[in-house]
Ligand binder design. Structure first.
Ligand SMILES: CC(C)(COP(=O)(O)OP(=O)(O)OC[C@H]1O[C@@H](n2cnc3c(N)ncnc32)[C@H](O)[C@@H]1OP(=O)(O)O)[C@@H](O)C(=O)NCCC(=O)NCCS
Length: 276
């Protein structure tokens, strides 16, 4: 059977959801739609014998950073080199667009492949979960997305994600003027807290309380960088516990990429493994 790599389209989403379900992941159809809206030219799939067998997406933040996600192979098609083919295709496509850096959050199954493709570990990233009923503090109004949060996000993340934030904000967003913001969105297993960028732990605590008030019955997920010890402290204090550990990995997209600064001490929750 011939394997063909091609662009992922909206028509592929039902099949992509089935592969996602087989991996037990939390994304919804809306997440796939958002990825395609953000990066219609750098979301790929591999078709084998007319079936969708594998996927890989790359959200592009300016020319600075591409974020690879949704690297999934249907269990029936694994160990045939499909994920490798898709990753190699994505790396070439990103180099053609002169994307300076490429990052991803690697599972244990994906990490050996990424190492072979030149990615190096940057830091750990953990999914924390809370299943207990939570006493959130209502009262913080759902604030609409504000431009100045974009600048805060860029400083913490290292590349401008304003398009991503604009797409996620309608699903749920709150901000404390010039101090921090957080977003919330549904998941197929659990509501998701993130991204959350905050100058101070106290502001992150307020934003988490806003989120928990929206989801009082759980379960809820939150992906954090464990070297941000304030984020860990807050998660523990609010009844969250670690569920999975992944490795954030990085690779140059072009040989002369200038350094990519970021400030993880302000990143209290990431936008999700597929978005960065
Ligand atoms: C990880 C995954 C995408 C690999 O897909 P695949 O199409 O089977 O991968 P490939 O056949 O291209 O294998 C490429 C390399 O990945 C590694 N690899 C693949 N599956 C692996 C596994 N189960 N355990 C360890 N390494 C594995 C190997 O290094 C392999 O090289 P090899 O064939 O020389 O041993 C697939 O197992 C999957 O969908 N897993 C669940 C979701 C997931 O964890 N995705 C990765 C997100 S970062």
């Amino acid at each position: 059977m011939t394997a063909v790599v091609r662009a992922l389209t909206r028509a592929d989403i039902p099949a992509a959801m089935r592969i996602k379900e087989a991996a037990g992941w939390n994304q919804t159809e809306t997440d796939w739609h958002n990825l395609l809206q953000l990066a219609p030219e750098t979301c790929f799939c591999l078709e084998c014998g007319g079936s969708l067998a594998a996927t890989a997406t790359a959200a592009c933040y300016e020319r600075r950073l591409a974020w690879i996600g949704m690297v999934l192979t249907d269990p029936a098609y694994r160990r045939r080199g499909f994920a490798r083919q898709l990753m190699e295709h994505a790396i070439v496509a990103l180099a053609a667009r002169r994307m300076e850096w490429i990052k991803l959050d690697a599972t244990g199954a994906g990490a050996p492949l990424y190492r072979q493709l030149g990615f190096e570990p940057e830091c750990g990233i953990e999914r924390w979960a809370s299943t207990a009923a939570q006493a959130g503090v209502p009262g913080m109004p759902d604030l609409s997305w504000q431009d100045r949060c974009s600048a805060l996000d860029r400083q913490a993340f290292g590349a401008a994600r304003s398009q991503l934030l604009a797409v996620l904000a309608p699903l749920g967003a709150a901000a404390v003027a010039d101090q921090g913001y957080a977003m919330a969105r549904p998941g197929s297993q659990a509501a998701y807290f993130g991204p959350c960028v905050s100058r101070q732990p106290e502001t992150a605590r307020e934003l988490l309380a806003w989120f928990l008030a929206r989801h009082p019955r759980g379960p809820v997920y939150w992906d954090l960088l464990p070297h941000n010890t304030e984020a860990v402290r807050l998660a523990r204090a609010c009844g969250f516990a670690p569920l999975r550990r992944l490795v954030r990995m990085v690779r140059r997209g072009v040989p002369d990429a200038p350094p990519l600064g970021h400030d993880d001490s302000q990143v209290f929750a990431t936008a999700g493994f597929e978005f960065g």
